[in-house]
Design a protein around this ligand. Sequence first.
Ligand code: SR1
Ligand code: MG
Length: 406
Amino acid sequence: MSYEHLTVDLIPGYLASKPELSSLIDWQKIKNIEEVGDGNLNLVFIIQDELGSGVVLKQALPYVRLVGPDWPMTPDRARFEYETTIAHSRWVGDLVPKMYLFDRDRFIMGMEDLSDHLVWRGALNQGLRHEGVAEDLGRYVASVAFGTSIFGMVAEEEQAALARAVNPELCRITEDLVFSEPYANVGRNSVLMANEKDAAELANNTAMITEIGELKWSFMTHAEALIHGDLHTGSVMVRNSNGASLHSTKVIDSEFSFYGPVGFDLGALWANYVIAAARAFALGNEEQANWALSLFGKTWETFESTFRQRWPERIDPSTFSDGVLERTLHQWGIDAAGFAAAKMARRIVGLAKTSDIETLDESVREGAARGVLRVAQHFAVHRHSGHAPSLLSGHAGEILAATVTG
Ligand code: SR1
Ligand code: MG
């Protein structure tokens, strides 16, 4: 697919051509333009003018940036991100960036400049603690789960939203990278030599493989709500928590969104809390590790209380009785533990790893990677008999403490 890709030189002219953007930033007095895309897929530019106004331009390339033109991918993913961000803003307007523009010809989004925020993964890697973020994310997942699902929407509208959000190419990436490749290497996996035994143990764990198969089926068939689809700590921006008025959490990068299982977003968060804890243990910072593990409960509790709060507003209370609420929440806990397992394992053995682990010195990375893989297998296999966040985070802490530092 051919369309002009943005460069620093083209940006002032681009801003001038778009009234939605030239009303927000003075394109004739640009002070700084920086390409900051550190994800796996897109170009991202932060543009600021001399008066301090800023915008972000994000352009989807027709291929996976991490790999290059040899892995083509639909740039229409920008439309999914734009439309999902707007759909989610209806329920959690404070937790997503403002969207100013979508250019359908060049797959460019114009959006809020969040350069006073940090990417949460980077902040966690530095040992920073942003209080309240895990709770915000619980509220985000619950509000979206209620508001975009059949519980909160009239059936015909929900079906139309679902149809519009069918996102096969991006879902295929998740199906392959998260659920298949860690157990059947097609040449994209990699681990330290010292972790080869651990990767083989994972790939040969038949109980784990059964759970992963069931989870993949759930991912591909359970069209519950318009989920984010890639809710790791790199998809969250955070701002200083030293004062209540400064506190801010923004969920970004919803290009993998589709109608899928609610537990997938919760599981992504839980997986990344374990990964952050593994890093902290590897660096000898047990206090930070325990703090990272305490986020499990914070996200779940706010998720559960927010969802319960919305429940009386459901569209069809005579069918969706309180018994349905209890069973649904119970199942989402089991699902979240399973999806967390899948997400942890893929980040250790598959393509697209995390800086939490990859920036550790090899001498401690080995134990951290092994610890995360063992937690993943524990979560997947034991999730049916106990999925309470305190139980899971307790087990994760014990396994990590023994493996990472052992
Ligand atoms: C080829 S894209 C690799 C990964 O980057 C995104 O963040 C998703 O997690 C995807 O699986
Ligand atoms: Mg992303």
